[in-house]
Design a protein around this ligand. Structure first.
Ligand SMILES: *[C@@H]1O[C@H](CO)[C@@H](O)[C@H](O)[C@H]1NC(C)=O
Ligand SMILES: *[C@@H]1O[C@H](CO)[C@@H](O)[C@H](O)[C@H]1NC(C)=O
Length: 648
């Protein structure tokens, strides 16, 4: 065990050290090159060849660092001018935020669009001028905040801004932009200003949530926000024929259709994710091609027993196919090794039981696929067939499985057994028929969902926190005691409604490469950027789950391709900065107006847990303490109602 851990740590240390050595020196060169491109660099006197931007007693002025890497430049109000060397900027791999506010830069917008990982760009208060190419922002899909206000930009607002799916803030006010407003209106957008330009035509319906002060000072604009009806001319001009009689529902404006289409698309993406499991049930042979991104193998969906029994889909899979392969090699099932029971609370069974049982595909995910099977002793189990998991050898694997098999906590689902082969591993768990939190939040809109109220959600959050506290104590030697906390890995105990954490403790058996592809804790910002993982990554995952439960939105953080879902972290941050927290809550809980204060408290805890800098996150203990302090306010009756809901 010590050896495993040592290996684990030294690997990460190796990564960190090699990045540190390479990263910083190239950052130094790039920054000095950048400085050369500025005129009047008095404010940057600390940028010298004989010091380092991030280390030492005096970090360089305006340089934002994280773990020894440059991640941002905060060069506001430094009297800078000149031609910003974007090639130098491009040599700083960790760069995510750029702030050049209130300087004296002039001329056309520099080629910042080569910095495709940029998240934030502030250029406000300079004298940049000229048009911005329509496709300028096309490859900058990470952009969340774009501030171009207070310059002298002319021409049309670039259409490509409408393609930035993570855009939260867009400030174009006080320029000379002209023409129509493109169809910007991505749901992520929460802060917008286009005042004081030369814009004209109808304000797109997709921007109807923004008030008059966002559009003022544009003589040619029309729409309810600016108190000016769009006339017949505008109607004729508008090729989509966007303006029609709003009181006539059969003739809804095209823009609304666009918004509706976008919404439908999001729904389809979500449904596809959840639906994949159902499709998979029918197409077991192709289970490895679908649903990989949004669903983990751990999604246990309640399958009506009628489906199960009447459709003769009781194909033997998993163990079955491996036995076929085994016999091709001239080996019998008996020589394939044993199913090792690590937890006998649900009885003892062997590999033959498993192979005889009718199996049903439940789903597939980054680590493997899952099947449901009823054993001869009557216990229904989920068999997870895992890929790789070869970070350690057979003995190491055995040790880890026995360790997690020994865990007992009301909020932790302990595996029952495992089966080891170099090429694949089977893990056997008790089947929990109430399904996962993912399914409850996003998959089912039936009557029981309506009762998924605030007390029920708070209880789930607190149960998750207790389970995490237990794992962080019992598996404290792991870098990631859980490692894969997300709503699809949180099951609900049908007896008491308590959440059950599943798929934890794999960090010791999954290689960092496989983990980075398949385990959610590796999606914490510090892991994505610097390959640094620690128990704080689990805190980040806990934060995402909290925000997911409060907002009822599917977090885009769960997806690998960044398409679909809601960036709950940014959304919550923006709303908090504008004191609009209450608009975020899932309408199904927001009606409990007595409890809004408590919901806000929990929201702030979720936001703290998802801070991008791990040092700014509470540790697991502190997070749990704060979560436990949140109360169901208003009445105690609600709690009673909750009980009966779950006692069904
Ligand atoms: C938009 O910008 C104008 C001009 O700078 C300002 O007066 C107004 O308050 C801004 N509105 C919002 C909502 O930011
Ligand atoms: C449009 O709506 C108004 C009321 O908002 C109504 O008086 C008018 O008849 C409608 N026109 C058409 C063509 O439906």
């Amino acid at each position: 065990m010590a050896a495993v851990r040592f290996l684990c740590q030294s690997l990460f240390l190796f990564f960190s050290l090699s990045r540190l050595a390479l990263g910083s020196s190239s950052d130094v060169e790039a920054l000095l090159k950048l400085k050369k491109s500025f005129v009047n660099t008095k404010a940057l006197d600390s940028w010298t060849t004989d010091s380092f931007p991030c280390t030492g007693n005096t970090p360089w002025a305006g340089v934002v660092c994280f773990n020894g890497f440059v991640t941002g430049l905060r060069l506001a109000s430094m009297g800078l001018s000149g031609n910003i060397d974007t090639e130098a900027l491009n040599e700083i791999p960790g760069l995510r935020t750029l702030n050049f506010k209130n300087n004296a830069f002039t001329g056309p917008i520099p080629a910042f669009n080569r910095l495709i990982a940029l998240k934030v760009i502030y250029l406000s208060g300079n004298r940049f001028s000229g048009g911005i190419p329509s496709n300028y922002f096309l490859n900058m899909d990470s952009l969340k905040k774009v501030w171009l206000s207070g310059n002298e930009f002319t021409g049309k607002i670039p259409e490509s801004l409408a393609k930035l799916s993570h855009l939260i803030e867009l400030h174009l006010e006080d320029n000379h932009f002209s023409g129509h407003i493109p169809d910007i209106g991505q749901p992520s957008l929460v802060s917008l200003n286009m005042s004081n330009n030369k814009l004209e035509g109808e304000i797109p319906a997709s921007l109807s949530k923004f008030g008059s002060s966002c559009f003022a000072g544009n003589g040619g604009l029309c729409g309810s926000q600016v108190g000016k009806k769009c006339g017949v001319d505008a109607m004729a001009e508008d090729s989509i024929g966007a303006i029609s009689n709003r009181s006539n529902p059969n003739n809804a404006p095209e823009h609304n259709n666009v918004a509706a289409a976008a919404l439908t698309l999001v729904m389809v993406v979500l449904l596809l994710g959840v639906g994949a499991i159902f499709i998979l049930r029918k197409r077991e042979d192709k289970f490895n091609v679908l649903g990989r991104e949004n669903l983990d193998h751990a999604v246990e969906v309640h399958v009506p027993s009628s489906v199960h029994s009447k459709k003769g889909d009781s194909v033997r899979r998993g163990a079955d196919s491996s036995s076929k392969r085994g016999s091709q090699n001239g080996k019998s099932a008996a020589s394939m090794g044993e199913l090792v029971i690590v937890n006998d609370e649900k009885g003892v069974f062997g590999l033959p039981d498993l192979m005889k049982a009718a199996a049903e595909v439940l789903g597939t995910g980054g680590l493997g696929s899952a099947y449901k099977a009823v054993m001869s002793n009557g216990v229904t189990v989920v068999v997870k067939r895992m890929k790789d998991m070869n970070r350690v050898g057979k003995d190491g694997f055995d040790m880890e499985m026995r360790r997690i098999g020994g865990l007992r906590h009301p909020n932790v689902l302990t595996p029952l057994a495992y089966y080891y082969r170099k090429e694949e591993k089977l893990l056997v768990y008790e089947y929990i028929n109430k399904g996962s939190l993912l399914y409850l939040l996003h998959g089912d809109r039936g009557p029981s969902h309506a009762e998924f109220n605030w007390p029920a959600r708070l209880k789930i959050v607190q149960g998750i926190a207790r389970g995490m506290g237990y794992l962080h104590t019992e598996l404290a030697s792991l870098d990631l005691p859980h490692g894969n906390l997300k709503s699809s890995n949180i099951l609900l105990n049908p007896n008491d409604g308590e959440p059950l954490l599943s798929d934890y403790g794999f960090c010791a058996v999954v290689s960092p490469t496989q983990g980075a592809q398949a385990m959610f804790a590796y999606k914490a910002p510090e892991s994505l950027q610097y390959r640094h993982v620690s128990p704080k990554c689990d805190v980040y995952c806990l934060g995402i789950v909290i925000l997911e439960i409060l907002t009822g939105k599917f977090p885009c953080q769960y997806l690998n391709n960044g398409k679909g879902g809601t960036d709950v972290v940014e959304w919550v941050l923006s709303a908090m900065s504008e004191k609009r927290e209450r608009e975020l809550f899932d309408p199904e809980i927001a009606s409990a107006t007595n409890s809004l204060g408590e919901m806000e408290r929990l929201l702030h805890i979720g936001a703290a847990c998802t801070e991008s800098v791990p040092e700014q996150r509470p540790d697991m203990k502190e997070a749990i303490r704060r979560i436990e302090e949140v109360q169901v306010e208003g009445s105690n009756n609600e709690g009673g109602g909750l009980q009966s809901q779950w006692m069904v």
